[in-house]
Design a binder for this molecule. Structure first.
Ligand SMILES: NC(=O)C1=CN([C@@H]2O[C@H](COP(=O)(O)OP(=O)(O)OC[C@H]3O[C@@H](n4cnc5c(N)ncnc54)[C@H](O)[C@@H]3O)[C@@H](O)[C@H]2O)[C@@H](O)CC1
Ligand SMILES: [K+]
Length: 548
């Protein structure tokens, strides 16, 4: 058996979202990722970082596709291609049949990548230039591959500076059309790693981006891997920090993997009672939309709120939820009681919610604005001013828009929001001094003065009607419990802060996503009521795992 030529002392790559590590992960955009690389390269012998990258890549390739005898590496002109060459030399030594298809020119190759190419050649790796003939040969080769062949996409990484076009776009299409398994280096080629969006496509064309089965992020993962289109293109995301200190350069975002949830859903003390966990009022459910309010209320109950009340805007629907006799229908209370409650407003609120908002904005201790409450604020400058006044008065608010609701609030299109989800969420948070959850693949949680966080849990099982109502209720429940417990702990008056709101928001997004993953790991659609019901099960499962 051929010995693996790997540095046994170095740590293997880690799966970012399927592992047990719940700590936050720092994410750097392309500019700061390059700065990290430059800073650490200066302190290390020449080519060290790329050699580590090659080690990590070759190790992961063998771990993911142990039976692939043949590995086709498609390398681009820059250092992303260099990673491919480094891995090629190692994989060849490990007994694999390796070939590098190279789109580049020796005199234009960066120094690290040039050294890696010479090393691959020295180990006898065949390198096929991608000219017209090479491209035809590659197309022919990849069209005959099955899933047992591994293709390594080392075309473009952080250096992407425009939409992939011309030959690179054709190569991306060739790889995507192949049945081979695809491992992308650093980023799926063509993806904007800063935003998770596609760069504007050349006139009339569609953006060309690799669809990988796996992506190995190097140094610091790019934020765009985890939000927008990133998750779909990247496949399962792996990561290797190349043994450098990621804190040496400021990060642009944080990946949340459950740490905030652990801080919020703390064990309940023996002497606590329902009053310890606060009152939640759900105000929504206009004509034919009562279900939205009940879903939010059920979710709040499952997440440990003390008492949950529902004020339905449609008078004809004011009956109890017979499946959940714990939930109490009732009329919105006076200012004093609102001032001690967590309010979830807008789920199925229709246009009726607008009339309720002035009082809620003025008095609610903690306020979640969802769905039609957001649309009302987007449409009414007086409500916009009232929300601003609430922000400056220090009363915490969380807004939970999906991209279209965010677009209405920002006065742009949903496509504009998706082009840079971080910017959109931060703009909303700063404008109203609120916490914002921009929902969608990789929900972005923004707050004034904080790095944006991306929620790492969840899957497409949540792309169903009512899902947002469940999230809003889950947030109301966790926030109520968290704020009330913090007040207990401080044994005195405690100003509800935006920080508490943010923690509860991160926790709620995590729990909501983790619940869906537990119920539907294959991401098949889940009715929202199932998710609401299972939030409590997931809470209890996590609590039991903590004690074990
Ligand atoms: N230098 C090093 O020591 C290390 C480099 N790393 C790798 O290096 C990558 C960054 O390398 P580079 O900065 O060289 O960038 P890339 O290799 O990602 O791409 C840069 C090259 O692609 C071209 N290009 C950009 N967009 C294009 C487009 N749309 N169509 C056609 N050509 C396009 C540029 O003109 C340039 O030639 C990282 O993503 C990572 O994979 C890592 O291995 C860490 C260590
Ligand atoms: K790549």
């Amino acid at each position: 058996m051929t010995p693996h030529p790997f540095d046994a002392a170095s740590a293997p790559p880690r799966s970012v979202l399927t592992g047990r590590d719940r700590s936050n992960l720092l994410l750097h955009d392309a500019r700061h990722g390059s700065e990290l690389e430059r800073l650490h390269a200066l302190a290390l012998p020449p080519h060290t970082l790329m050699q580590r990258a090659g080690q990590a890549l070759a190790r992961l390739a063998i771990a993911l596709a142990p039976h692939s005898r043949r590995i086709e590496i498609v390398a681009g002109p820059g250092n992303n291609g260099g990673d491919g060459f480094e891995a090629a030399a190692l994989l060849q030594q490990a007994g694999k049949t390796v070939r590098v298809w190279w789109l580049g020119q020796p005199d234009r190759q960066p120094a690290d990548a040039g050294a890696a190419r010479l090393r691959a050649l020295a180990f006898g790796v065949p390198v096929v230039p991608i000219d017209d003939t090479g491209q035809t040969l590659l197309q022919d080769t990849l069209s005959r591959c099955d899933h047992g062949t591994l293709v390594i996409d080392a075309l473009l990484g952080r250096g992407l500076n425009r939409a992939a076009d011309g030959r690179i776009a054709e190569l991306i299409a060739t790889i995507n059309a192949s049945a081979a398994a695809v491992l992308a280096v650093d980023l799926p080629s063509g993806l904007n790693g800063d935003t998770g969006s596609w760069p504007p496509a050349p006139a009339g064309g569609a953006a060309a981006v690799i669809d990988a089965d796996w992506t190995l992020a190097l140094l610091s993962p790019a934020p765009g891997l985890f939000t927008g289109s990133g998750r779909d293109h990247a496949g399962e995301i792996w990561w290797h920090d190349l043994a450098v200190d990621l804190q040496a350069v400021p990060a642009q975002a944080v990946l949340e993997r459950g740490a905030a949830f652990d801080a919020v859903a703390v064990p309940r003390r023996h002497a606590q009672h329902k009053g310890s966990f606060g009152d939640v009022w759900v105000i929504g459910g206009a004509a034919s939309m009562a279900g939205a309010a009940w879903l939010a209320a059920r979710a709040a109950l499952q997440c440990g709120a003390g008492r949950v009340y529902v004020d339905l805007l449609d008078a004809r629907s004011r009956h109890a939820d017979t499946l959940h006799p714990e939930l109490m229908p009732g009329a919105t209370p006076d200012a004093a009681r609102l001032g001690a409650s967590t309010v979830v407003a807008g789920c199925g609120g229709g246009t009726d919610i607008a009339a309720r908002l002035p009082s809620l904005l003025a008095h609610a201790a903690r306020l979640v604005l969802d769905a039609d409450a957001l649309n009302a604020i987007a449409a009414d400058p007086a409500l916009d001013r009232a929300l601003r006044a609430r922000g400056t008065s220090g009363r915490p608010t969380v807004m939970t828009p999906h991209p279209l609701e965010a677009a209405r609030l920002l006065g742009c299109s949903a496509a504009d929001v998706q082009r840079n989800r971080f910017e959109a969420a931060q703009t909303l948070a700063d404008r109203w001094q609120v916490v914002v959850v921009l929902k969608g693949s990789g929900s972005v949680i923004a707050a004034p003065g904080e790095l944006p966080s991306i929620n790492g849990s969840g899957n497409a099982a949540l792309a169903t009607p009512g899902s947002g109502d469940v999230l809003a209720g889950c947030l109301g429940g966790l926030w109520s419990r968290h704020a009330s417990t913090r007040r207990d702990a401080a044994s005195g008056p405690h100003a509800d802060s935006l920080q508490t709101a943010r923690q509860a928001t991160l926790a709620a997004c995590h729990l909501h996503g983790a619940t869906a993953q537990a119920l539907s790991p294959q991401a098949e659609a889940l009715p929202a009521a199932r998710v609401a019901e299972a939030l409590g099960d997931e809470l209890r499962r996590i609590a039991a795992a903590r004690r074990a």
